[in-house]
Design a protein around this ligand. Structure first.
Ligand code: ZN
Length: 447
């Protein structure tokens, strides 16, 4: 059961093909990307280790064989290789994924850097709430300390002024509803009124994970709406509730793989996507598809010689909060070497049309070029509470274009397998991205 719960927890928590950015910094289960709250609790730029290796076959002349155009079948073969196992950050499977990606890029003539960084696994902590012996599965909010508290409980509504209603919560466990205020504000309010623990009940079906964004001193956990109903009734009666929140696991190592035309070359256009997955999901669509397209673009663009300023990246630890892209952005920023453009590929294997997420001229350019090439492409936006690695670059002022195929229905599940991928869709995304990358390189070259 616990194993089943942890599997379900990881699957749903990481439903954000990438991190939550909504007002309450919580992540709901249906959105396409990944991982819980993306804020500041993650990678530490200082902890970066590098290993740059020259291309196979020595010269920078590019030894990528095949046509200088995107080939869906080649992308599909990368996808099958990558999606033969879940690639959770910090695990051996992630290491195997990174080695495969680095090997391909070296073979195309790029100088490859495998960048190790630390990230905080905090968002994936399974906790427990007990009400008179009955056990309820819980998620520990990022920023909450570990710890066990047991006391009579009290229902505080949204944990705002109205909900608390000036009552003294001294020595009690507060039970609040999710919504309106962010988790940090709810915590501050009940803490100020004397509470020794806080349980937040989801205001939609399923799990959520959230971030207190500030370090807390009392345990704060979240429970599903379904199991929260009985808890709210118990709190309205002041019945005894126990919170059991495990301690943080602390920093864990993960990897980024970065390819440049030459060692130390400055990136002006960076193309990439995350290669990690949530536990128990092979991650064919999320996001072996984006990495496979990145590799095939790297090959196609190297086939006629390496392009100065063009870089490719496969990011680790995206599912736990965009950690890989944040670590790379922090590193590039510290060296005054941020790119002019970032092209993000995440969830590019299933869907009806090419979706372009981004509001800048580069996104308009992508839509125009796809149209001119007869590829159906539409402007789009991410579902609420979700994000992806382009955000780490956009937050640093880099213009981004994010290509996705838009169908997130099976991500973060054991059903996200290579057999479900639509190669024609994968190909359309690759073709559109190739047109865009070429045009951005010309633009940069034109100065
Ligand atoms: Zn993703």
């Amino acid at each position: 059961m616990r194993a089943l719960f942890l599997f379900a927890l990881f699957v749903t928590l990481a439903a954000t093909a990438c991190s939550g950015r909504a007002e309450d910094r919580g992540t709901q289960s249906t959105s396409p990307r990944t991982a819980p709250a993306s804020s500041e609790s993650t990678s530490t730029p200082g902890a970066v280790a590098r290993e740059a290796t020259p291309p196979v076959g020595g010269g920078p002349t590019g030894s990528a064989s095949g046509p200088a155009e995107h080939d869906g079948a080649r992308a599909m073969s990368h996808l099958r290789k990558l999606a033969d196992e879940p690639r959770v950050s910090g695990t051996a499977a992630e290491q195997r994924g990174a080695e495969y990606i680095a090997e391909q890029l070296r073979a195309y003539g790029y100088t490859v850097e495998v960048m190790a960084f630390d990230f905080d696994t905090d968002p994936f902590r399974a906790g427990e709430v007990r009400v008179e012996g009955a056990s309820i599965e819980a998620v520990t909010l990022a920023g909450s300390p570990g710890g066990k508290v047991r006391a009579s409980s009290i229902y505080v509504g949204l944990a705002d002024e109205v909900g608390i209603g000036g009552r003294d919560l001294g020595g009690r466990v507060a039970v609040a509803d999710r919504g309106t205020l962010n988790f940090g504000a709810k915590y501050e309010n009940v803490k100020a009124a004397g509470a020794i623990g806080l349980v937040v009940v989801n205001n939609r079906p399923g799990w959520f994970s959230g971030n207190l964004t500030t370090g807390a001193t009392i345990p704060v956990v979240g429970v599903t709406q379904e199991e929260g109903r009985a808890l709210v009734e118990a709190a309205k009666d002041g019945r005894e509730v126990e919170i059991d929140a495990p301690p943080t696991a602390g920093p864990t190592g993960a990897l980024n793989v970065i390819a440049r035309a030459a060692a130390g070359a400055r990136c002006t256009v960076l193309v990439g996507g995350h290669f990690d997955t949530v536990p128990s999901a092979p991650g064919a669509n999320d996001n072996a598809s984006g990495v496979a397209n990145t590799l095939e673009l790297a090959r196609a663009l190297a086939a006629d010689g390496l392009d100065e300023g063009l870089c490719f990246a496969a990011f680790g630890a995206e599912e736990s909060g965009l950690n890989g892209s944040k670590a790379l952005v922090a590193d590039l920023k510290s060296r005054g070497a941020l790119p002019a453009y970032m092209v993000n590929l995440d969830v590019t294997g299933i869907g009806g049309q090419v979706e372009v997420i981004g509001t800048g001229p580069a996104s308009q350019l992508a839509l125009r070029l796809a149209k001119e090439a007869g590829i159906e492409a539409v402007p789009s936006r991410l579902p609420p509470n979700s994000g992806s690695d382009h955000q780490s670059f956009a937050d640093a002022g880099v213009e981004t274009v994010y290509f996705t195929s838009g169908d997130f229905s099976t991500i973060h599940s054991p059903e996200d397998v290579a057999a479900a991928i639509d190669q024609a869709m994968l190909d359309r995304i690759g073709d559109s991205a190739l047109l865009t990358v070429k045009a951005l390189l010309e633009e940069v070259a034109a100065g």
